[in-house]
Design a protein. Structure first.
Length: 572
């Protein structure tokens, strides 16, 4: 019986009952109420039909055929490029296939076809999916363009395409710690993806305005990473860091932290691989810090280049004896103290200038505050407040103990020491409007360039590159384990500038827990493991950036950088 017949009989019964009882009835009102109920019933029936029947069948015009305009898939993040326009991060349109088993006539036959197209899919599993009573089952997500074409050419009824997007990183692990990655929801979670998340999501009519251009360079990054990987393997190190920075504007050209990870496969990355040692790691850097102590001393005017200090016997302080690793005896001049990396000598210099001047100088070089680089992963230096500094604290700090900083801090401060005394905020942005602070006198910087060149020329020769006049300083620091410094675990590094006569770049190389080899005669210090790596990187970088070795002018350049480090007469 139809709904309308039902209501008609219902109305006749009402009418008959009322007439039989001879009561007055307003049939018009009854008809209005009945029409209203019939209308509601009709609307509800239509809605149920839409939900249970129509919505169960996917819209083929929207998803099913290859003629869907893929450009209609919205992009909500800008691309990321290196300084030369090489692509570092991009949105890719992805194609996935699904099925509606309710409209598939021969599920086993279709399952065999799909298993042949996708060998990694099991026939049994596909057959079960296609024989289900569901209206939607995934077949495979993110298929290749070739696979998409094959499936499309098969023209299988009930098999449909769905298009989406994902973030891809063409350079793989090369820039993982700088570029970072995005989560499943498309939000940046690490690196530049996180720091510039709002910018990359911004909307512009010209989509190019949404793109991000970094100061880093793909080829330089590759060179630094390759040489660090070699060093990690050779010296069985736990990890490594390499930072190449333009000291004329603060731009980071290359920054590598090992181990790294592939942002295209973030699920397989370990916590150790995700950690950015270059900007987030805090380390006591050892004798590299003598560069900053020496710059502070010369800038104060209290210490002169021709001053000499007695390093014949260990220096006692706070119950400890300060010794020299190489054990030089007698009197050393200021250049020799840096050249031979004398702990005894630099400790006396620190005591001479006083802890207040020493602390303020270190602070002015940006070594006691978080860097402002455009990355969320930034280390906060660890140190004692000046109110708690003793002579022992001052001495330890003079050669790199008691103050923990990131490798980027070392790179940034060394750049200021060598570039005329200008401290730039390190940046990963190309052509950033970067301001600077004058932190030491230009005359002090000129002296430091000569001292750093003297160290490499007459001391740490393993970092020397013919015609490039590399200047620098090695550093080795024992790592604390449960509050006690280990004799076996260390951080070994080398910081360099080149060319010293007109410095353009600073390069910091650090190996975390390197082991000695037969070729290093049992040593795993900065001069033995980090200096050679520095040399290899600089040789390749120079060729890349067309830095021509100046061989013919060698004598004139070396004379301009020469510092008298061994006075003929020394008076006690």
């Amino acid at each position: 019986m139809g709904v309308f017949s039902y209501f008609k009989n219902f109305l006749d019964n009402i009418k008959f009952g009322f007439l039989e009882n001879k009561k007055h009835v307003n049939l018009g009102r009854v008809y209005v109420v009945l029409v209203f109920f019939i209308f509601c019933y009709f609307i509800i029936s239509l809605r149920l039909f839409d939900l249970t029947i129509l919505k169960a069948i996917p819209d083929e015009q929207e998803f099913a055929n290859s003629f869907v305009d893929k450009s209609s898939v919205n992009f909500d993040r800008g691309d990321i490029f290196d300084r030369n326009g090489e692509l570092l991060a991009v949105n890719l349109i992805t194609t996935s296939i699904y099925a509606n088993p309710r409209v598939i006539e021969n599920p086993k036959t279709i399952a065999k076809k799909l298993a042949k197209i996708f060998p990694n899919l099991e026939y049994k599993n596909l057959a079960e999916k296609l024989q289900s009573d569901k209206a939607f089952v995934w077949i495979k997500r993110n298929i290749s363009p070739k696979e998409e074409l094959i499936v499309n050419n098969e023209g299988i009824p009930g098999i449909y395409f769905r298009f989406g997007k994902r973030r891809a990183y063409p350079q793989g692990a090369l820039f993982s710690h700088i570029v970072g990655y995005v989560g499943l929801d498309g939000d940046g979670l690490m690196g530049a993806e996180s720091y510039f998340d709002k910018f990359l999501k911004s909307r512009h009519e010209d989509r190019k305005l949404q793109n991000l251009h970094l100061s880093l360079e793909v080829r330089a990054q590759s060179i630094v990473r390759e040489e660090l990987q070699k060093a990690v393997k050779e010296f069985r190190a736990k990890g490594a860091v390499g930072i190449l920075q333009d000291i004329t504007n603060g731009e980071v050209i290359a920054m590598v932290s090992l181990p790294d990870y592939d942002p295209n496969d973030i699920s397989s990355a370990t916590e150790h691989e995700l950690f950015n040692k270059a900007t987030l790691g805090n380390y006591e850097v050892g004798s590299v810090f003598k560069v900053f102590t020496m710059a502070a001393a010369l800038d104060s005017g209290i210490v002169k280049l021709h001053d000499v200090y007695d390093v014949d016997t260990p220096l006692k302080s706070g119950g400890f004896y300060i010794k020299d690793f190489y054990g030089k005896k007698g009197w050393l001049s200021v250049p020799q103290i840096l050249m031979y990396s004398s702990n005894i000598g630099i400790a006396q210099i620190a005591l001479e200038i006083g802890k207040e001047r020493q602390f303020q100088a270190i602070k002015s070089l940006g070594l006691l505050s978080e860097t402002e680089i455009e990355l969320p992963e930034r280390a906060v230096p660890v140190f004692r407040d000046i109110s708690r500094w003793s002579d022992t604290t001052s001495i330890a700090a003079s050669y790199g103990y008691g103050i923990s900083i990131s490798p980027l801090h070392v790179s940034m401060a060394t750049g200021a020491v060598a570039n005329g005394g200008r401290l730039f905020t390190p940046t990963i942005l190309k052509d950033a409007d970067n301001e600077y602070k004058q932190v030491i006198k230009k005359s002090t910087s000129d002296k430091m360039r000569k001292l750093l060149r003297t160290v490499v020329r007459f001391g740490a020769g393993k970092a020397a590159v013919e015609g490039l006049y590399v200047g620098g300083k090695s550093g080795t620091a024992n790592k604390p384990v449960n509050g006690v410094y280990s004799n076996h675990l260390r951080v070994s590094s080398f910081v360099s500038i080149f060319p010293s006569n007109d410095p353009k770049y600073v390069l910091y190389v650090m190996l975390d827990e390197p082991k000695s080899t037969k070729e290093t005669f049992g040593f795993a210090t900065g001069g033995w493991v980090a200096a050679p790596t520095t040399k290899n990187i600089i040789k390749r970088i120079a060729t890349l950036f067309d830095i021509v070795p100046q061989i013919k002018q060698k004598e004139a350049i070396e004379n301009s950088l020469f510092v008298q480090y061994n006075p003929k007469s020394i008076s006690s």
